[in-house]
Design a protein around this ligand. Structure first.
Ligand SMILES: [Zn+2]
Length: 250
């Protein structure tokens, strides 16, 4: 889970909010299933579930509009823009009518998950009560559904890191070949880009990459050979922004 920036309320929703809210109260219809709601929600999360970060739109993972404060109890918020999140069916089926006023969990558009969650062996752990409850309510460490995909994607990035480190180590610092230098920088950029906020399970990927011993070696080697650029540092900063702390001891 990463922090999401919610854009302004779509104009059409602003105009129709009262009407749709009343319609829901009268008929219980799914009044939130409108393109002017779903499209900007998906854009906000880069087509990912706001909770577990799986890709939405893939087989069996259609987007659900989540009412953070559940709609049965808090009907006035049924199309309140700030109450809506794009999530997957799995997360929806776990959260159900959990009352987030009485027992708060993380709303990633309001608070930064990094302050409440940490990472240990591909599992998300709470740093505090809200973190613990978020993991529990959403079943964020389910082996088959979440922890295994997290491991697969994290391991793929570590394999890529090994390859890129080799390329950097083999780069001849005395070479006058600008093409080769550009190629090395391009490979490191591509590796870092795999861990930015647009990628699925990016909180995991970012954490795994930045805490890998090979990554530290890679950066040192890049700096030593004057290959580390301002642009790479900027991408690394954005990756560090979404990476979770790794729990080292209990
Ligand atoms: Zn999900």
């Amino acid at each position: 889970m990463i922090k999401l920036s919610r854009p302004d309320c779509p104009e059409e929703l602003e105009k129709l909010k009262d009407e749709l809210t009343q319609e829901y109260k009268d008929t219980k219809k799914t009044v939130w299933k409108r393109k002017f709601i779903t499209v900007p929600l998906l854009k906000m999360s880069n087509d990912k579930c706001a909770f577990c970060e799986c890709k939405l739109g893939e087989e069996g993972k259609y987007m659900q509009v989540e009412h953070f404060h559940h709609k049965n109890e808090y009907k006035d918020e049924v199309v309140d823009w700030n109450n809506l999140l794009p999530i997957c069916i799995r997360c929806n089926s776990h959260k159900l009518d959990h009352d987030t006023y009485l027992l708060p969990i993380i709303d990633p558009t309001q608070i930064d998950p990094k302050n409440h969650l940490e990472f240990y062996k591909y599992r998300m752990l709470g740093k505090d009560d809200i973190g613990n409850l978020t993991v529990e309510v959403l079943d964020l460490n389910n082996t088959t559904e979440i922890a295994t995909p997290r491991f697969q994607i994290g391991n793929a990035v570590l394999e890529k890191l090994e390859d890129v480190l080799e390329v950097v180590q083999n780069f001849d610092v005395d070479s006058k070949d600008a093409t080769e230098k550009a190629r090395v920088i391009r490979k490191v950029r591509a590796l870092l880009k795999k861990s930015t906020s647009v990628n699925i399970y990016c909180a995991t990927v970012a954490t795994v990459l930045l805490t890998a011993p090979d990554y530290l070696l890679l950066k040192l080697e890049m700096e030593k050979k004057a290959l580390w650029t301002v642009e790479l540092q900027k991408i690394e900063d954005s990756v560090a922004n979404i990476a979770l702390d790794q729990r080292e001891r209990f």
